[in-house]
Design a protein around this ligand. Structure first.
Ligand code: ES4
Ligand code: ZN
Length: 322
């Protein structure tokens, strides 16, 4: 990678940074049986048809994450890789329900992630925020339960809430109550919408949940009125080009709507989503836009500047980055 431009990463699932080598190490350490004998064999399974086929592997492999140390090592490894690719600030998603459902206490997850995030400014030169995501293919009552269990960390470790997992058939409107509670608790609000799901889900994320940023949002381009709204309000979209190709939301990188999104005046950012699974970290996504889509240095610098504009930073913090 050529001298990476400083950037913020705003769409990153910490569980999606689990590299095959670390997964096998943790499996051995924790006595978890995996149906893969080598990192290469595991990597060969990273051939996805759609979002669901990815999620099946992703949730399955989480079985190796059991202890505070596991979560601390996972996050520290991500922060080291991200820093090497120019990431100065990372707003990190995690899926509490995916861990508590396997019997891992939320306190264990928070202690491990908290340790790595606290060390990150000095160790890696990266500041962070943490965003808890609700699994939209689980009942809204489960999201409410996860939300209430996380209250002790609100405003300290946890800055915001998001909505992820299988999108189609699970519209944002079902999660109105938990977003109302999150807003009342002073948390920042984001949601995945318009990745595989229709523009209607982006409208619901904006108008029913009241999100401040939309994760993915690429299918917004199918609805000119929605584009107008997103441009008018300069709602940031956290776009993940390599993810969209790997999950076949777009056929080829050359077909990716990102250049059209920028031309329309949308506040677009570039992110890695689940970098271990999708072929690259933040800088790799920037490189792919240059090499595969022909974006210019000026366009890439604009995307990097957008990432700090769209971040949940104070004005003073933002000024230090821009
Ligand atoms: C995800 Cl790419 C993607 N979409 C929705 N939910 C997710 N969780 C982790 N990666
Ligand atoms: Zn995502």
């Amino acid at each position: 990678m050529s001298d990476p431009v400083p950037k913020a990463e705003l769409h990153l699932h910490i569980e999606g940074t689990l590299e095959p080598e670390l997964a096998l190490d943790l499996a051995g350490r924790n006595g978890v049986a995996l149906p893969y004998r080598s990192a290469d064999e595991l990597r060969a399974a990273y051939d996805f048809q759609d979002l669901q086929s990815f999620l099946d592997l992703y949730y399955g492999l989480m079985a190796v994450l059991r202890t505070e140390r596991d979560f601390a090592e996972l996050a520290d490894a991500y922060l080291a890789r991200a820093a090497a690719q120019g990431v100065r600030h990372a707003e990190i998603f995690f899926d509490p329900q995916a861990h508590t459902a396997r019997g891992v206490p939320l306190a264990t997850v928070m202690a491990g992630l908290g340790e790595a995030l606290a060390a990150a400014p000095a160790r890696h030169g990266v500041t962070t925020r943490l965003i808890m995501c609700f699994l939209r293919d689980e009942p809204a009552a489960s999201a409410l339960e996860a939300f209430e269990a996380a209250r002790p960390w609100f405003g300290t470790l946890i800055t915001g809430v998001g909505l992820d997992s299988a999108e189609v058939g699970h519209p944002p409107a079902g999660f109105r109550e938990v977003y109302d509670r999150a807003r009342a608790a002073g948390l920042r609000l984001v949601a995945h919408a318009g990745e595989e799901g229709p523009p209607e889900y982006v409208w619901q994320a904006l108008d029913v949940l009241g999100v401040e940023r939309v994760d993915h949002g690429i299918r917004s381009m199918e609805d000119p009125r929605l584009v107008e709204r997103l441009v008018r309000d300069q709602v940031p979209l956290t776009v993940c080009p390599l993810s969209n190709v790997r999950l076949r939301c777009v056929d080829r990188l050359a077909d990716h709507p990102l250049p059209r999104m920028m031309a329309a005046g949308l506040l677009v950012t570039v992110n890695s989503d689940d970098p271990s699974y999708f072929g690259g970290y933040a800088g790799d996504n920037f490189d792919a836009l240059r090499d595969g889509l022909g974006l210019t240095g000026e366009e890439l610098r604009l995307l990097a500047a957008n990432s700090f504009r769209a971040a949940f930073l104070s004005d003073a913090e933002r000024a230090a980055y821009l």
